[in-house]
Design a protein around this ligand. Structure first.
Ligand code: CAA
Length: 258
């Protein structure tokens, strides 16, 4: 499919998706969500895609939901626009492959919410994070009120949501919102290095890590541990990925994942 806002590049199993609407600082409109939904469907159907990296073109990652599109909406339309974004971000989060946010600049409002729907975040030292919705008399609409406290903690979430403070990459790192900060020039190089490293691991194991950690987060410790034991077991046996990985270790060779 041809996309207007999303630029895609697939190489060595890594799908790089660049959000490209730089005149509006990549603000998220209905067209973006329609394109992202279509892309997610394509990714699900394409086994060549092993991992996805999302970044933004220009000085922003994404400066939020499109304020110009939202301004004249009524109550029902406001709720619908929230659900549209929530559904897309949830589908992204539920993809079985890893999704990394490479945060190049402003990640505000819906932009920060998009980064939080990714599995983890690598940030340029120039990145800025914030949930400025209260400045507009709004609250986040793409599950930012839910994911921020889960990813960091209740105090950080309420602080950022109530003050609308814009924080830099180092503060985001300290809060546990991002996992690594890079020099601006090396953001993509370093993110792709991380993606390549993950692609070299047992592909089933990587998918199961995502599935078990994410599902387990919603479960009790005992239920989550039971799920882990099941999935651990599923990687054993003849022709399994675990058998190959362990045999390769013992035979001092690189595993062939098949
Ligand atoms: N929606 C629509 N347009 C936006 C936008 C947004 N979220 N953010 C920036 N733009 C547009 C600006 O209107 C401007 O357009 P024009 O050139 O046509 O005037 C263009 O992008 C460039 O922006 P600025 O001139 O403002 O650039 P700057 O460098 O001076 O400031 C900024 C950068 C601090 C990010 C500033 O643009 C800003 O504060 N943007 C809004 C951030 C925001 O409030 N985001 C939350 C949106 S609400 C939301 O996301 C709700 C939700 O969860 C669903």
């Amino acid at each position: 499919m041809d996309y207007k806002i999303l630029k895609t590049d697939l190489s060595d199993g890594i799908l790089t998706v660049t959000i490209s609407r730089p005149k509006a600082l990549n603000a998220l409109n209905t067209e973006f969500f329609n394109e992202m939904d279509a892309l997610i469907a394509e990714v699900k159907a394409n086994p060549e895609v092993k991992i996805m990296v999302i970044t933004g073109e220009g000085k922003a990652f994404v400066a939020g939901a499109d304020i110009a599109e939202m301004v004249n909406k009524n109550r029902e339309e406001g709720t619908a626009f929230s659900k549209l974004g929530q559904n897309t971000f949830r589908s992204l989060e539920l993809l079985d492959i890893p999704v990394i946010a490479a945060v190049n600049g402003f990640a505000l409002g819906g932009g920060m919410e998009l980064t939080m729907a990714c599995d983890f975040r690598i940030a340029s030292a120039k990145a800025k994070f914030g949930q400025p919705e209260v400045n507009l008399g709004l609250i986040p609409g793409y599950a930012g009120t839910q994911r921020l406290s889960r990813l960091t903690n209740m105090g950080n979430a309420l602080y950022l949501l109530m003050t609308a403070d814009m924080i830099g990459a180092e503060d985001a790192l300290r809060m546990g919102l991002v996992q690594k900060v890079t020099e601006p020039e090396t953001l993509m190089e370093e993110t792709l290095k991380i993606a390549k490293n993950i692609v070299s691991k047992g592909p089933q194991a990587v998918k199961k890590v995502k599935q078990v950690v994410r599902k387990g987060y919603e479960m009790s410790l005992d239920e989550g541990s039971a799920l882990e034991a099941e999935e651990f077991g599923s990687l054993f046996g003849e022709n399994s990925e675990g058998r190959e990985g362990m045999k390769a270790f013992l035979e001092k060779r690189k595993p062939e994942w098949g």
